[in-house]
Design a binder for this molecule. Structure first.
Ligand code: HEM
Length: 187
């Protein structure tokens, strides 16, 4: 996984807890934490950090990864402001597969971002299908919530199928326009 994702997770932990907490998690996980944005690191590091965070907080891994994704989004958005200037969450999400991750691949040719497919549902939901061998659909769910907050929209994300699998299907609905999007997740 690219270092920029670890940087974003560090930012999320610092926002939710503190810089000291991030250092404690690194110690507990036995990691040095020298993540440079362009470097590539073992996916296992991420799971070691999640394991340490679960031990420290008592949260379940899924809820924790979802929350980290939500709070990691602003870091990605601030690093690549030109990629987040869309008009709405749905417009932005549709661009992730066709524009954003391909742009990421230009900067990080060795990255393997997930694939997304989109379908408009009759009830107005945006169906988004995540595919990746990493099985990190729950991280995508958190990042989608983070994108909603960025655009001032609160989202309802229904996991239709494949929770924790290589293919996860989400139906996303805009609940309300809000100044800040908050979700009931572990923190
Ligand atoms: C400005 C916005 C974004 C940027 C710059 C960005 C960038 C990246 C980068 C660099 C990676 C690492 C890939 C690797 O190391 O192989 C990644 C992975 C990932 N991205 Fe994005 N991303 C953005 C938005 C999103 C959004 C909105 C979603 C959710 C819909 C998303 C879902 C994911 C997931 C789940 C991964 C983890 C890898 C996997 O599951 O295979 N990203 N992204």
């Amino acid at each position: 996984m690219k270092g920029v994702i670890f940087n974003a997770v560090e930012d999320a932990v610092t926002t939710l807890y503190s810089a000291d907490t991030w250092d404690d998690l690194l110690d507990e996980a036995g990691l040095t934490g020298d993540y440079t944005s362009l470097g590539s690191y073992d996916d296992g590091d991420l799971f070691l950090l999640v394991g340490a965070a679960c031990k420290a907080t008592g949260h379940q891994p899924e809820a924790l990864i979802r929350t980290l994704g939500e709070y990691a989004f602003p870091h990605l958005a601030s690093r690549y402001p030109e990629l987040v200037d869309g008009a709405s969450t749905f417009e932005f999400l549709r661009a992730v597969n066709d524009i954003i991750h391909p742009e990421v691949l230009k900067l990080h040719p060795d990255a393997k971002p997930p694939e997304f497919e989109f379908e408009d549902r009759p009830d107005g939901a945006l169906r988004m299908t995540y595919t990746s061998a990493r099985k990190l659909g729950v991280l995508a769910e958190g990042l989608i919530h983070g994108a909603g907050s960025q655009f001032g929209e609160t989202l309802d994300i229904e996991v239709v199928s494949g929770s924790g699998e290589e293919v996860t299907v989400f139906d996303i609905r805009v609940v309300e326009a809000a100044a800040t999007g908050t979700t009931e997740q572990a923190a």
